[in-house]
Every structure is written in C-alpha cells, then in structure tokens.
Design a protein around this ligand. Structure first.
Ligand code: PLP
Length: 431
C-alpha cells in the first residue's frame, strides 16, 4: 500500500500490495481459481524454480488470492511476510516443523487448544521430536526446560479454558539469549494483542475463528515478524542456516537474502508447504479476506458483549465461577491488562454448581446460542466439554486441561447482548 499507516482499521481494508486487479480493475481481490500460472519462457521458469525470483507457478505454494490475504495479515500484525494455509492446525504444524528435526525438542506452555496439545504430545513423537510442557504462569519454566536441542518456544496468547494470558515478553526475552524464537498462537486475540510488539518472532492463527468471523471457512496463517536474527544462531537453528539439499545446497537465510528478512516464511512455503501440501483454496482465502475487513469492529463487539455476559453470570446463584480475563486478579489480571487492549476477547467460561448433569441440561435448553465445537463465529456458541471432546483425553490430560464436569465454554457473538443474556438466563432457570 502506498498510503502509510499503522491503524489496524485501515490496514485490514487496504494493507498489502493489492489495490485493484491489474487485468480488470476490480477493487475486491478476485478469486484466482487457477492451479498454474504462465511461466513466460524457460529463463523465467528456471529463476522461479531456483527462488532467484519470487512469482506464481503453482497454487500449492502461491496464488494471487492467497497472496492478497497474506499481505493484509502481515500488514495487520506488523510482520514482514505471511503464509496462508488450509487450517489453523496446518499453520501450527508447519510453523513448528520448519524449525525441528528428529532428536530436537520444543518447549510449550501447557495451556493449549486440544488439537495443538495432541499434535505436540503425541504426533510429534512419531517424528522423533519431544515436547516439553511447562506451566506458563512462571516464565522461568521455559529456561529450565531448555537444552542444546531446544529449537522453539510456543504459547497461546489467550488459551481456553483458563483464559490466562501468556507472558509473551518474558518468554521471548528468555529465548533471545539462547537464539530460540517464540511462536504465539494469537487466534483468540487478533487486534487485541500484538505479539510482535512484545518480542514474539512468529504468530500463527486459526483464521477459521475471528479472522473469517462467520463460521464459513477453515483456514490458517503464519506471520513472520522478520525480526528474528536466524543467521546469528547458526548452531541453534540449523534448518534455516545450513544448506538445504532440496534447494541447490543453499541455506534459507541465503535464499531469502534478495527478498528481505523472510528466511523463516520462505522455508515454510518453499520447503514444508511444498513438501506436505496443506494449501488454502483460493475461494477460502477470498472469504477470509472478506472477514478480515471487519475484524477490528467485530472483535470489539465480541469483547463488549462478553464483558456484559461475564458480569451477568458472576452474580447468578447456579454459577460457582466465571472464567474471564476481566474478572481475574493478581498476576493473571496484570498480564491480561499488559497484553490485551480494547477488550478481553469473546470467550467466557462458566462453572455450573450442578456439575455434569447441569452442564448437559444447560446446553440442551439454549435457544439462541448454537451448540457447536467452533469459537469466534459472529453468532454466540456454547459447548460442554465434559460431555463432548473431553472423552478423548486420558485422565491425566483431563486433569491438566483444567476443565471440570460443570464447565461450559461460551463464545459470545455480536448479537444484541440483551438477547444473549435472556437466552443464558432462561437456560440457567432450567438447570
Ligand atoms: N489454535 C486455536 C487456539 C484454536 O482454537 C484452534 C481451533 O479451534 C486451532 C488452533 C486449530 O484451527 P483449525 O480448526 O482452523 O485447524
């Protein structure tokens, strides 16, 4: 964008290079539903294949609709470049696998989305990679778990069910001395939290949630801050700094040099995405770009409504606890206020005094809120983990997750808040 601004409300509409379609003048990014792109002669084809030039060849690794979304996300986040992917899970997987190989380990906070937990605790083992889980409420736990084979730290800005904000600055600082980047999943706090301002090296999103915002599209993204000094940590980060045999024995730092500080995201795209293949469909990228345009407006409304819901629930006789950052005290509240601005997000946890049966009756009594596994939809949503996804966990994992039998997760939407509260109220009356 030639107009310079740091205002997120403007960046979500104008950020990145897309102004109008060069062929037609269309001001909304077209859906480039094409697998391949004209290579314009063998000389250019060779340059593209060798990464001497960056351009479109094949939609698995790059497409103009995807690119428009990527550039807007990078602009919004204040990063150097982004990679849009088929899902949030793909974003986390590729963000991590770009830096680790068999024998390495990663250190992650315990407070994680269940899919990320399963990937770290179980799937990564299949590739010979160990995850060391630590309690993120004490950032020093990350230092204590680090050894010579630790390649990255991972945390979620606003993890549910605890909704205790991750100490981004503290953990990023510990990693800086070791040459270890912090990857932050900012899915629940886009716009509200700005992880790069606090030292995170990489941000991942499930764009399925607030970015898309309407419950229509699965997608994910990785955003590279462009600020992590990979070249200074050659021993710690061999996958980016040593020759890659699949690219003419050049390192990603070397390959990226003509294009800017994008070694990490280039490796993620031209290495991992090329080899594993979870590309986002152009149509999905288009829909997520549409959602992104109203994200700042929606996230404020989600947050305002959630604050009103949390206040209503905290006084209710059938509720034993309300989990919501704005109601926390002590260090958890200090972190929420240090890392979030404009609101505390759209999630509210509620513990019902009547345990598992109360949770089921409450869910079955809702008339306005949908009973679904998703979060971050414009509509209000609810789920009772003890009677759904929780059954897949081991007893230890159930305990570690912090979810109790009477816990219900609410993802508060942008409806009239009085209607949301009326529905919650009538459902509580039936518990
Ligand atoms: N990260 C967080 C915090 C999530 O809540 C989710 C999904 O619920 C994911 C990642 C995975 O995203 P997706 O469902 O788009 O694969």
């Amino acid at each position: 964008m030639s107009f310079e601004t740091r205002n997120v409300d403007t960046l979500v509409l104008h950020g990145g290079g897309f102004r109008a379609d060069p062929a037609t003048g269309a001001t909304t990014v077209p859906i480039y539903q094409s697998v391949s792109f004209d290579l314009q002669g063998t000389a250019r084809a060779e340059r593209l294949a060798n990464l001497a030039e960056i351009g479109f060849m094949y939609t698995r690794v790059g497409n103009p609709t995807q690119e428009a979304l990527e550039q807007r996300l990078a602009a919004l986040e204040g990063g150097a470049a982004a990679l849009a992917l088929a899902s949030g899970q793909a974003a986390t997987a590729i963000a991590v696998l770009t830096l680790v190989q068999a024998g390495d380990n990663i250190v992650s906070g315990t407070d994680l989305y269940g899919g990320t937990w399963a990937f770290f605790a179980h799937r990564l083992r299949q590739f010979g990679i160990e995850t060391r889980f630590v309690d993120p409420s004490d950032p020093e736990n990350f230092r204590r778990a680090t050894d010579d084979r630790t390649r990255l730290y991972f945390g979620e800005t606003l993890p549910n069910p605890k909704l205790e904000v991750f100490p981004i600055r503290e953990v990023a600082e510990i990693g800086r001395d070791f040459g270890i980047p912090l990857i932050i999943d900012n899915t629940l706090a886009p716009v509200l939290a700005r992880p790069f301002d606090h030292g995170a090296a990489v941000v991942v999103y499930s764009a399925t949630k607030y970015i898309g915002g309407h419950g229509t599209t699965i997608g994910g993204a990785i955003i590279d801050s462009g600020r992590f000094p990979w070249a200074e940590h050659a021993t710690r980060q061999p996958l980016l700094t040593r020759p890659d045999p699949s690219y003419a024995n050049k390192s990603w730092v070397e390959l990226a040099q003509p294009f800017g500080p994008i070694a990490y995201i280039l490796a993620a795209r031209a290495g991992l995405l090329r080899d594993l293949g979870p590309a986002i469909a152009p149509h999905s990228a288009f829909q997520l770009a549409q959602g992104l345009e109203t994200l700042p407006l929606r996230i404020l409304r989600h947050s305002d409504n959630a604050a009103r819901v949390a206040a209503f629930l905290s006084g209710h006789p059938k509720v034993s606890a309300v989990i919501y950052p704005g109601l926390q005290e002590g260090e958890a509240r200090r972190r929420a206020d240090a890392y979030l601005s404009g609101g505390y997000g759209g999630l509210v946890g509620v513990e019902l005094t009547g345990g598992i049966e109360a949770g089921k009756r409450f869910i079955d009594s809702l008339k306005l809120l949908y009973h679904v596994a998703n979060i971050g939809d414009a509509r209000s949503l609810a789920i009772h983990p003890a009677s759904t996804t929780h059954g897949q966990l081991t007893p230890e994992e159930q305990h570690a997750s912090g979810v109790t039998p009477g816990y219900v997760r609410l993802s508060i939407g942008i409806e009239a808040v009085d209607d949301i509260i009326a529905d919650l109220s009538q459902a509580l009356d039936r518990v």
